[in-house]
Design a binder for this molecule. Structure first.
Ligand SMILES: Nc1nc2c(c(=O)[nH]1)N[C@H]1C(S)=C(S)[C@@H](COP(=O)(O)O)O[C@H]1N2
Ligand SMILES: [Mo]
Length: 192
């Protein structure tokens, strides 16, 4: 099968739309999120041991990565969820694209058995199987209650899901529902 037929078939099957789409532009604003590991599209090179200081401190390693600014995340189709948050026990509206769609932008379509490591600026990291990310419909939230989120609060990006709507998590005490949800998310590693 030549390349054109392959892409056509993939598009028709809906299996790899992001790969067939024209490559997204490089970030023009400050990069908020860097995706490395099992990606098929990159827009930056290797970790710079001199200038990528926070990633060095967090012991990250990569030879290429896909970097996103806020507008690239916000341009993806958004979902809205309304989980009860553990911090105030109240339902809040969170909006942002599916984590799976953010990964697809970097040409990553991890198998259900693959893990993604979601890392926050404070070093907190959660490794979750892709099956869980898909089942929980995890989003990369850009907005809380209609507003962008502060760095110093829960932003700028928060990997989160609708815990109230996932029965096995809703059954748990509220303090045990968000361990897989780093706020101030800045790096995702796709593991094989
Ligand atoms: N960036 C960041 N996100 C985080 C955490 C954290 O320490 N840093 N703690 C996680 C854990 S283990 C839980 S249970 C919830 C609430 O953590 P907290 O009670 O420490 O705020 O947020 C999760 N997200
Ligand atoms: Mo926790």
């Amino acid at each position: 099968m030549d390349k054109r037929h392959f892409l056509g078939a993939a598009l028709a099957a809906g299996s790899m739309p992001s790969l067939a789409a024209p490559p997204p532009r490089a970030p023009s604003g400050p990069v908020l999120l860097t995706i490395s590991g099992g990606i098929r599209r990159s827009n930056r090179g290797a970790l710079d041991p001199a200038l990528d200081q926070m990633m060095v401190k967090h012991k990250l390693e990569f030879t290429r990565a896909f970097a996103l600014d806020f507008s690239m995340v916000a341009a993806l189709p958004a979902r809205t969820i309304e989980p009860t948050l553990e911090y105030d026990g109240k339902p809040h509206t969170l909006r942002g694209p599916l984590l799976a769609d953010v990964l697809a932008l970097a040409g990553a379509q991890p198998a259900d058995t693959a893990k993604v490591v979601l890392r926050a600026v404070d070093g907190y990291a959660a490794a979750i199987p892709m099956a869980q990310a898909r089942m929980w419909k995890m989003i990369v939230a850009t907005h809380l209650d209609g507003r962008p989120m502060a760095l110093g609060g829960l932003g700028l990006l928060w990997a989160v899901y609708d815990a109230d709507r996932v029965p096995e998590m809703a059954a748990r005490p509220i303090k045990e529902r968000f361990g897989a949800c780093p706020w101030a998310l800045y790096h995702i590693e796709v593991q094989a």
